[in-house]
Unconditional design. Structure first.
Length: 255
């Protein structure tokens, strides 16, 4: 590609409102095998489709995770949830609302990985991402999808469930509102609807001394913490300025 053509890609991205136009241009150019393919991908991005859906991957925890249209794109702040989980060194891990499977894939050191999502497109994507690490992905609604034989076996349950209040979805960036499934965004009236459901069932699935980790927001942190404590777990809030992220950790007592 000539410098002139590259500059045209950058200009088109800037004109479309892309803040990191040069970085996105580099990614688009790398992903395209031909000028025609580059034009097609550039047109999709300029039209508002998430860059990650256009190129088919997202950079997350130092690796490329496959994503596709219709699948929630993991954000950088969720790398803090991965850090918090990895610090506990779980051997048996359950990733609820798994989306692309990026969290479970990135924790590392897990001997047995199980993941669940209610969306069939996400389950197919996560199954491909987790195949090399032997992860098993189930289609269904939270714990309802998990085989009963796994009751009481998980060292950690990690959750990046939707936590945007329903009334706030209209305030989200256009590419998220239009191109990501609302089921992966909508956390109910106050944002904590799914957090309460997850917390309420966690003690049955956790091993003694196991942990429940839920990504939340600063505004919602105490509601998420209340859900965890009301479910009989001890709870604490972890915050990261670097990731602009909040994680609530609930712990089941050892028997």
């Amino acid at each position: 590609m000539s410098e002139l053509e590259y500059d045209e890609v950058v200009f088109s991205l800037r004109d479309a409102g892309c803040v990191f136009a040069e970085e996105e241009a580099d990614i688009l150019v790398e992903s395209a095998a031909t000028p025609a393919e580059l034009r097609e991908k550039l047109a999709r991005r300029v039209a508002g489709e998430p860059l990650e859906h256009v190129v088919g991957w997202v950079a997350f925890c130092g690796r490329r995770i496959a994503v596709e249209p219709g699948v929630f794109v993991p954000r950088r702040r969720t790398e803090f949830l991965v850090e918090c989980t990895a610090a506990l060194h779980p051997s048996v891990l359950l990733d609820l609302c798994c989306g692309s499977g990026a969290i479970g894939l990135s924790v590392g050191g897990v001997l047995e990985l199980h993941a669940v999502d209610v969306d069939a497109v996400a389950v197919e994507c996560a199954s491909r991402n987790l195949a090399d690490v032997g992860g098993t992905v189930y289609l269904g609604d939270l714990y309802d999808a998990v085989p009963p034989g796994l009751l009481g076996r998980f060292d950690a349950i990690v959750v990046n469930a939707p936590y945007v209040p329903t009334s706030d979805i209209g305030l989200m960036p256009r590419e998220a509102r239009i191109h990501e499934p609302h089921i992966a965004l909508d956390g109910g009236t106050d944002g904590a609807r799914i957090h309460r459901r997850v917390a309420a069932g966690a003690s049955r699935w956790l091993a003694p001394g196991g942990h429940l980790l839920i990504e939340t927001s600063a505004a919602l942190a105490h509601s998420t913490l209340r859900a965890v404590v009301d479910a009989g777990l001890s709870g604490r809030i972890h915050e990261s300025e670097a990731f602009d992220a909040v994680v609530v950790v609930g712990s089941l007592p050892r028997r």
